[in-house]
Write a protein that binds this ligand. Sequence first.
Ligand SMILES: Nc1nc2c(ncn2[C@@H]2O[C@H](COP(=O)(O)OP(=O)(O)OP(=O)(O)O)[C@@H](O)[C@H]2O)c(=O)[nH]1
Ligand SMILES: [Mg+2]
Ligand SMILES: [Zn+2]
Length: 300
Amino acid sequence: MHGIVLQVYSDFFDVQTDNGERWQCKVQGRLKRQKRRTTLVAAGDRVQILAVEPEKRAGVIIQIEPRTRVLSRTRPGGGHPFEDVLLANPDAIMVVFAVAEPEPHLRMLDRFLVAAEASELDIFIVINKIDLTGEARARALFGLYADAGYPVFYTSAEENVGVEAVRRQLRDHITVVAGPSGVGKSSLINQIEPGLNIRIGETMKIGKGRHTTRAARLHPLSNGGFIADTPGLRELGLWDVRPEELSDYFPEIRRYAIDCRFSFCTHTHEPDCAVQEALAAGLIHPHRWQSYLRLFHGEE
Ligand SMILES: Nc1nc2c(ncn2[C@@H]2O[C@H](COP(=O)(O)OP(=O)(O)OP(=O)(O)O)[C@@H](O)[C@H]2O)c(=O)[nH]1
Ligand SMILES: [Mg+2]
Ligand SMILES: [Zn+2]
């Protein structure tokens, strides 16, 4: 049987098979004995399993498919760094913000987007709680992100508005959810997939304490997608971006930067800078430009 690992416990793995069954699996000894520099089995891994006790849905993982991508941390160790895989095969990051309550700080949204860009996953934005301001106000505030090139969805988890479009976006993908506390991430997920019953007003967490490595957990959606509950982007080390990489992480800057005279142009003072020209022509939003400058100079 083929399946996907939903969650990793200390010595067994929760696997959902392609026909939707849940099996508790161990890993075949042969696989455990192989030398490796990466986590053997992580949430998101596609695996092949054999039944051991079918009546108990207990099995053994006999093969792990190659990973397309990972969210990981590198653990240094004796000259042989080890890749701690927190999530295998992620496809996208959904960045959730609220239009009010908490008051939106666009600078913080830019920070989340830069961290998300550093992961090299597809990114889309969900602006929630539009019932508090009306959709027009939300679009006026966040329209600049659509101009920058991001898909932006407007929702009210409370009133079930705009949720179907987000549900379609999640189909058949493994999507990581990110965003500040209180914006309605759990509420939104419950509205997308009512059977999950994630606690509102309580952060989704596995494990305790800030020093334990928190692995990810996948919540299966009935449309074939998975929501990944992962440690924050900060804990994944995506928060620390070098200034010279920064223009790669603003899509609307990256787009023009290829035409700068110098390939290492920082767009702050160099001659023949295509980004400066685009800025002067109004093709880059001044707010986003200010965010770029602040991050470039090392301010959060
Ligand atoms: N008015 C309004 N309130 C909402 C909406 N969505 C969520 N809320 C409320 O916002 C509060 C926070 O919602 P949560 O879903 O717990 O937020 P969260 O993003 O999961 O927060 P953390 O788990 O702490 O990161 C709760 O009181 C929800 O009832 C919405 O669309 N409109
Ligand atoms: Mg939550
Ligand atoms: Zn430039």
